[in-house]
Design a protein around this ligand. Sequence first.
Ligand code: PGA
Length: 255
Amino acid sequence: MRKPFVAGNWKMNLTRAEAVALGSALAAKAAAFPAVDIGIVPAFVHLDAVGQAIKTSPVLLGAQDACAEKNGAFTGAISTAMLSDLAVKFVLVGHSERRHVFGESDALCNKKLLAVLNAGLIGVLCVGEKIEERQANKTFDVCKTQLVEGLKGLDKAKAGQLVIAYEPVWAIGTGLTATKEQAQEVHKFIRAELATIFDQSTADALRIQYGGSVKASNAAELMSQPDVDGALVGGAALKVEEFLGIITAAAAAKK
Ligand code: PGA
C-alpha cells in the first residue's frame, strides 16, 4: 500500500506573513491525517520562515526547484545543500512551468533530479503533455520520453526517494482537470514504464501524484483511482480549507 502524498505548490505567490500564516494553519491540522504525507512548497525566500512555522508538525517542506550544481558561480541559483540546511525534504523537478516557461530540457531536469537525490532529498519529477500533444495522441510518447530522459543514470537504490507527478500541462491553472479515467490511464502507463526502467516491485512502491486543477470538489474521484497516489496542487493549495479538503479526500480514498 502506497501512502498518499498531497503537496501544495505555492508557486510565486504570498508575502512572507501570508506564507507563514498558511503554513501555521496547516501545521495545526496536519496531525489529524497520519495516513497522508502532506507537503508545502513555498517560494525560496519563504522557506526559512515557513519551515520554522511548521517544524513541530508532520508537514514536509518542499522547494520548487534546485540547481544541478553543488556551489559556485551560478547567480540566482539555489543549491541542494542550501535547501537541506533549511530542513527542506523534497524538491520539485521539471515542473511544467520550469519546462515550458523557463525552457528547461529533459537533460537539465535529469541533472537536477540526480543532484536532489544525491543530496538525500526526495525528488518529485513532473511529467505531462501539452494540449496539442494530447490531441495528436502523443501523451504516452511525451510522458515516456520525460521519464526515460529524466531518470537516466538513476541508481535503483535511490528510487525510494523518487516521486512522479503526472501533470497534463493543459490542466494546470486552467480549471480543466483530467477525468479520473484519463488520469488513471496515464498513471498506469507511467507505472508500467517505471517497471521497465527499474523493476515491477520498485514501480509498485513508487508514488505517482496527479496535478492539474485539483480541488476539494474533484479530489475524491481522482484519488479513487488505483494508480493515483496523491496530488500536486497549485491554486487550491493557497486556501487552507480547500487544501484540507483534498487531503481529507486522499485519506478517505486510500483507506
Ligand atoms: P493548479 O497547478 O492546481 O493550479 O492547476 C498544479 C501545479 O502546477 O502543480
